[in-house]
Design a protein around this ligand. Structure first.
Ligand SMILES: Nc1nc2c(ncn2[C@@H]2O[C@H](COP(=O)(O)OP(=O)(O)OP(=O)(O)O)[C@@H](O)[C@H]2O)c(=O)[nH]1
Ligand SMILES: [Mg+2]
Length: 689
């Protein structure tokens, strides 16, 4: 049987760790061109040789062994914890060759922990175009650990890396003969004593521990007390030791670079990037371009998606027609067509739009533009109590709030992080898109003014509204949440890179599939339940014997009664009882609204000629008992606003609980968003009626 070792991929943010992880394991961990893409650890396996396999751990990026934010903490925990299932046998440090000096700082700290280390140099292509030549053999001699050049984007050097890792694992040869710097010199006489008490595996591990006290999770309280007293006696100053450490490391790194690195002509590539950035992060032009980019995004969600959406729509209505003609007429057929198929088709239609949305976001991330957006908006964000770091969570909230809330881990300041988590679900996520589209199609005329399509503009308006809502709420919260010190915003602007079109394509397909699968599961369950609730109802008093009867009119069914039950609460917003049912079911997830509507209208009209009409046609034809259209401008806008603001997503609440450790925040979020939703929907209905 093959032996299995454990390897950890660590390094600075945006150095290519996840790309390398994907190249090694064949998995598809998210990759993007900005620091802080990965915020949690992820494991995969790779075969190193015929007899050796490895469990590979992809980790969030970190700048040093002294973590400042939660994502960095995930990485350093794996490096420093002496026990646990993630303890690596070999550490692979990913070093960005185009940013060698800063990357080597972290690498040298890791080497001094005393574990077998391999350096994998990525971005060699970028370094070359910046005029940097690295002598890998000399580098290896100088560093005292194996150095391998790789390009995970192109799959180059991966085989060599596997072999080196296997050799290191088998011979343990790469524990460097001596430490990178002289720790006794920068520390003090306390070092051996600290090492003994803390049972640290190396001098540097002991020094690192001393500088991190009392925040060292794997030490016992008694050890900590002993250590603190000891250090106190020696007049230990953390700031002085850390400064001395960095100076000593850079001094040696400078020597190594003089020996192994040649830099000629000033970099063409970086000059070009600077010129582009002069415009793209310019206070005026930069913001105008940003607006234009967002505008194109929303217009194209309508333009590009229109045809594929029509195809999907006609496929499903054709299928439903075919099934109802060929299958025998019984309750099962009814369930299949009016419950399941109707519910699924309701969401499936939105696959093209969701794919386009994800494609666009991937493009922004892949090219490096996303980091520019956070740079541009830092001032705005700061003025409302967040920081430029909050922009990445907010923008990825346009796709889905669940990963977005996790992305807030990169925010080191606690206050800014909490506020960001609280307001991120206000960003319009892809699950709202189906609701927006169907309601916009119903109540907003399909008119164009020159290049502007009215429906596209309204859609953009809804997204902007969510964003503005997030800013306003953040500002209000910042008055209440206590701050733990001033924060500063440091973000590297990554190089511009050509997007990898294959990545954009696969992300579109993958995300659309996940959306259909996840939404499909919920909708399947809910639409079956709903079909039963909508098709059956309590028996009227005059029929005795049977307690429930089938084929009641929809209004008299269980679902109908449920809708009527909450009608008093939603009447002031202009909603009828069918919308009421959809509101209730979509508290599980927003897109369920469309599935519910599809099932309700399908059950309601199963015996008449409109059976094969699309959901939108059925909704457009819906009338109140007084004979007026249900979906007027007032009702439509009111409902749109409700969906902009309401927290209708169990998954988001669960993830907020996990990230903050208590139910307090998700409940607060649910309440404030609900109040905002109800108030704005009410106002819109009253004003537009
Ligand atoms: N030119 C070039 N680009 C690369 C190379 N390796 C990775 N990239 C690109 O670098 C960017 C960052 O890659 P990731 O794999 O997401 O980096 P990461 O280290 O996981 O980043 P975080 O998770 O944010 O810490 C992506 O745009 C990759 O396509 C390389 O060798 N050359
Ligand atoms: Mg990553």
């Amino acid at each position: 049987m093959a032996e299995t070792i454990q390897i950890a991929l660590v390094g600075n943010p945006n150095a290519g760790k996840s790309s390398l992880f994907n190249a090694l394991t064949g998995l598809r961990q998210k990759v993007g061109n900005f620091p802080g893409v990965t915020v949690d650890k992820k494991a995969g396996t790779t075969r190193l040789t015929d007899t050796l396999t490895a469990r590979v751990l992809d980790l969030p990026g970190a700048y040093s062994l002294y973590p400042k934010s939660d994502d960095e903490r995930v990485a350093t925990k794996v490096l420093l914890h002496p026990t646990g299932k993630d303890v690596p046998d070999v550490i692979v440090v990913i070093v960005d060759a185009s940013n060698l000096k800063r990357n080597l700082l972290f690498a040298s700290q890791i080497m001094d922990l005393g574990k077998p280390v391999v350096l994998a140099l990525t971005m060699m292509d970028l370094a070359t175009s910046k005029g940097i030549t690295i002598d890998l053999a000399e580098m290896e001699r100088q560093m005292g650990v194996p150095v391998v050049g790789v390009n995970p984007r192109k799959g180059k050097g991966i085989h060599a890396l596997r072999k080196v890792i296997a050799q290191v694992a088998e011979t343990q040869r790469s524990t460097p003969p001596r430490a990178f710097i002289d720790h006794t010199e920068i520390a003090g006489e306390w070092l051996p004593e600290v090492r003994r008490i803390a049972e640290a595996p190396s001098d540097y591990a002991a020094l690192q521990m001393a500088c991190s006290l009392p925040d060292v999770p794997y030490l016992q309280a008694a050890q900590k007390i002993q250590l603190l007293a000891l250090l106190d006696g020696f007049g230990f100053s953390k700031a002085r030791v850390q400064a001395a450490e960095v100076i000593a490391r850079y001094a040696r790194i400078d020597k190594i670079m003089t020996a192994a690195v040649v830099t000629d002509t000033p970099a063409q590539k970086s000059l070009r990037a600077e010129r582009i950035d002069k415009i793209l992060v310019h206070p005026l032009w930069g913001n105008l371009i940003l607006l234009l980019v967002l505008f194109l995004l929303f217009q194209s969600i309508f333009w590009l998606a229109e045809y594929p959406m029509n195809w999907v729509e006609s496929i499903f209505s054709g299928l439903s027609g075919l099934l109802s003609r060929t299958l025998p007429e019984n309750a099962f057929t009814d369930l299949l067509i009016n419950g399941v198929l109707a519910g699924i088709s309701g969401v499936a239609i939105f696959i093209p739009q969701i794919a386009i949305l994800f494609g666009f976001i991937t493009l922004l991330e892949d090219t490096g533009y996303m980091a520019r957006i956070s740079f541009l908006t830092d001032r705005l964000m700061r003025s409302v109590g967040m920081s430029g770091r909050s922009v990445m969570p907010l923008i990825s909230g346009m796709a889905c709030a669940v990963p977005a809330v996790m992305a807030a881990r990169t925010i080191a300041n606690r206050k800014e992080r909490l506020i960001t988590i609280l307001v991120t679900p206000l960003m319009s996520c892809s699950a709202r898109l189906p609701v927006y589209t169907i309601l916009i199609g119903l109540v907003i005329p399909d008119k164009s003014f020159g290049p502007f399509n009215l429906q596209g503009l309204v859609l953009m308006g809804l997204y902007l509204l969510g964003f503005v809502g997030a800013l306003v709420v953040s500002w209000v919260l910042s008055l209440f949440v206590k701050s733990d010190g001033r924060s500063y915003f440091l973000l590297e602007l990554p190089y511009y890179r050509m997007p990898r079109w294959k990545n954009v394509g696969t992300t579109m397909i993958q995300k659309a599939t996940v959306f259909v699968r996840d939404a499909g599961k919920v909708i399947l369950v809910i639409s079956i339940a709903l079909w039963a609730l909508a098709s059956y109802g309590p028996a009227p008093k005059e029929i005795s014997g049977n307690r429930y009867i089938a084929a009641v009119p929809l209004e008299a069914s269980f679902a109908g009664r449920m809708g009527h039950w909450i009608e008093p609460a939603i009447k002031p917003l202009g909603y009828d009882w069918k919308i009421g049912v959809a509101l209730i079911t979509s508290f599980a997830a927003r897109e369920v609204f469309v599935g519910t509507m599809a099932t309700l209208y399908s059950v309601d009209e199963k015996d008449n000629a409109r059976q094969e009409a699309t959901l939108r046609e059925k909704m457009a034809a819906a009338r109140t008992p007084q004979g007026r259209p249900v979906y007027t401008l007032a009702t439509g806008v009111s409902l749109l606003l409700f969906y902009v603001f309401a927290m209708q997503c169990m998954s988001t609440m669960a993830i907020v609980k996990r990230e903050t450790g208590s139910w307090l925040l998700p409940i607060a979020q649910f309440l404030y968003m609900g109040a905002l939703a109800y108030a704005s929907a009410f106002l819109a209905y009253v004003l537009l009626r």
